[in-house]
Design a protein around this ligand. Sequence first.
Ligand SMILES: Nc1ncnc2c1ncn2[C@@H]1O[C@H](COP(=O)(O)OP(=O)(O)O)[C@@H](O)[C@H]1O
Ligand SMILES: [Mg+2]
Length: 501
Amino acid sequence: MAYAVELRNISKRFPGVVANRDVSMKVRGGSVHALVGENGAGKSTVMKILYGMQQPDSGEILIDDQQVAFRKPADAIAAGVGMVHQHFMLADNFTVLENVILGYEPTKRGVINVAEARKKILEMSAAYGLDVNPDALVEDLGVGQRQRVEILKVLYRGARILIFDEPTAVLVPQEVDELFGALHGLREDGLTVIFISHKLDEVLRVADDVTVVRAGSTVAEVKASDVTAKQLAELMVGSELPSPEIHGTPRRELITLSLKNVTVPSPSGARDLISDVSFELHAGEVVGIAGVEGNGQSELIEAILGLRKYRGEVLFKGESLDRFSVAHRRDLGIGFIPEDRQRQALLMASPLWENRILGHQRGKPVMNGYVIDKKSTMTDTISIMEEFDVRAPGPDTLALALSGGNQQKFIVGREMRGDPSLLLASHPARGVDVGAQADIWNELRRAREKGMAIVMISADLEELIGMSDRLLVMLRGKITATLDPKTTTPESLGSAMTGAA
Ligand SMILES: Nc1ncnc2c1ncn2[C@@H]1O[C@H](COP(=O)(O)OP(=O)(O)O)[C@@H](O)[C@H]1O
Ligand SMILES: [Mg+2]
């Protein structure tokens, strides 16, 4: 069988790192082929090699069964290979048309034939649903449209094999759908698409075949229809996925938190967002609050923290919190992982050590009397980074420079600092990679075993069931069911959440 692209044992090292070690893949002509792997697995490097941007140390590249050696991208383009980069490489102050034809201008008696170029661009746009105005300035375009210009540019150069490096990372869902439509259109016309991604649901939606790389090497090549997202994820990380689970009953007799008939009126007072919620939580116990988003779970956490006015009583270790400010409640030993980490938990443009202070601007290690103790804050930030495996160059690194998983581990670390007796955790592992998720679950388990009481909200029902000692279901502001996680399935919990059971 003929392959559009065949890579045989591509290896490439950079000073101090092996980026590719025997990467092999076979890409069928007229297919969408996904290349998946964790960050740093070597995906971009091997595709840069295929595109002639980098030279392999060893290995072979075949295009349509012919061995090739590309010294520069122009060689790859001449052989019909094009690349749509992860970071766009367009000239901002040029029009779409100028960018597309740049370096490949069609001429007619020595003059650039703009009419010819425009016609071709409009034809390609229409054929693949890549709608852009050829006369728009690139600087005026949004990212989705810039990406279309990149694709048109590659097609204009006659590519039959198109490489996309994480094309969906910059797109909104609507644009992702449009891009996938275009990719399938290209495939229909017999073109070959190589699609790099680490988002497995997308991969399974768009790809025919999948190559998985781990730590620089190919570990599997499979048909997309033969695998599940979970299986792909396990191939990517090289082990079974961590599962959310807790064991035993470390519960102590001490009641850490007690709510008595807590009712939260809406800001206008017109109705109640939460009515009559009562429960007790022991030290070393995790209570999971289940509910379809918007049924009062967030308001419940906010009331406990003092961010919302309520009627009824909130007791912490037997003492009423009702007259206490948020700051006072936090100082008594309440940690808080908010639902929106970038907006509620971090100052994105500030260094980590300043983010360490956020919400903890009283007492040690941050304050020394009335002044911020930068030195001890820095030291403490470094120890959070070490203990919670926050991967960043140092405490001076800006929060926005961290991956989502590392941001979240930092927040979890900060909120568990000083062993608070109670942790209010909203979606503690949402939107992070599997490694960070496992780390966060481990920290929660450890804290529970040491006697921390945890109130957890999560939209991930497996997480909620696996990590909780007890489940409370909220529906329209009321607790409508108390369930034992040991006998609850995601399906039965889902039914309880919608009031169907
Ligand atoms: N130009 C380079 N110089 C040094 N190291 C590099 C270079 N490009 C990539 N690497 C390293 O090679 C490894 C693989 O990187 P990359 O191919 O970008 O991975 P992926 O695209 O799968 O995230 C990483 O450890 C990365 O830091
Ligand atoms: Mg990459």
